[in-house]
Write a protein that binds this ligand. Sequence first.
Ligand SMILES: [Fe+2]
Ligand SMILES: [Fe+2]
Length: 174
Amino acid sequence: MKRVTLEDIYVHPIVQKYVRRSGMAHAISVAHKAYELATKYNVNPELAVKAGFLHDIGHYTWYNKGEWDYEQYKACDIHPIKGAERAHKLLVRLGEDKQAAKEIAHAILFHTESALPSGDFNRSPLQEVVHLADELDKQPNDAHHYEQINHQEELKQIRQLDDQLSHTNVLTGS
Ligand SMILES: [Fe+2]
Ligand SMILES: [Fe+2]
């Protein structure tokens, strides 16, 4: 099976629409951080990078009479649930290994508690890496969602991650 690269994912129109909505620079930065953490904590870096890159693909907009309604957004947010499903569908369509697609979807689902029932739960090492990578990239007032880098720089960093992954030789664990 041909490996689905990060660039295959990046260029897809669904990713351009939804990942760009929540911040392409944030997504790429979290993917880089997930790679570093995965190497440190002995987690499959390919799953960590893909989940890190796609973790906020479930974001959507809450407008009330043309105004951004942050209170409604906070109260009704299900972006990890929506993101897990959206990323899973996309990855399977691109030809991703189905077990890998499931693990990535789970890591997206658990990247934040915002849509989960309250109470304790234990994240797997992969889920923890993606959660930590996102936390490390957060800025006050949600500024991380508005960071911008130009398209050339985006592609350069995506290719750099693909290059790093191709050298780690850990694909889907199979
Ligand atoms: Fe998020
Ligand atoms: Fe995020």
